[in-house]
Ligand binder design. Sequence first.
Ligand code: ADP
Length: 202
Amino acid sequence: MLVIGLTGGIGSGKSTVSDLFAEKGVPVIDTDLIARQLTAPGGEALAAIRNAFTDVVLHADGTLDRAQLRGMVFNDASARGQLEAILHPRIRLEVERLLARVQSPYVVIVIPLLVENGGYGDLLSRVLVVDCPETLQMERVMARSRLTREEVAAVMAAQTSRALRLSAADDVLVNTGTQDVLQAEAERLHQRYLKLGMALMP
Ligand code: ADP
């Protein structure tokens, strides 16, 4: 099966693009969603996180205060390493479990920090980068969230550079136009991936 790793910087349009593939009936595995499920009440990683981060706060409904946890690891490489050591292997296992159940010419795995963290190279047939200039990323993130310009800039600074991300790409979806343009581009890629995926089928 053809396995596409979909990545891109914050606000580049990853979710928008993965929704477009999903609407076409393509199976989409979302590592962010898996991370949220693993850290939900009763989730497999929540106990491990509470053991490692004893100051971590739960909301009244038992859900993790993800913003607080993000704040705890943002400027602390060792804490971040600890959190990643809890999450990454579990996310990877769940991705493998879901992949094994999928029957389709191709499948999309959304991995926001693919270039930063690596670890999926062996599973992926191709890397698809959703790309737009940083100024546009900034505008889109600020329009959709309450983050300030400085906060968005800090997230972007912690992510890999646009150039490095693009250098890892087999395919690039340029998301500088309207949503209609993006949709047409996604359809073009979809046809290509279907063809490549069908050729791999027994
Ligand atoms: P990501 O998942 O990479 O963070 P999103 O897909 O959530 O990015 O896109 C960021 C924001 O920009 C969302 O509010 C989305 O609706 C909007 N957006 C994405 N692509 C376009 C586009 N081509 N035109 C206008 N708005 C867009």
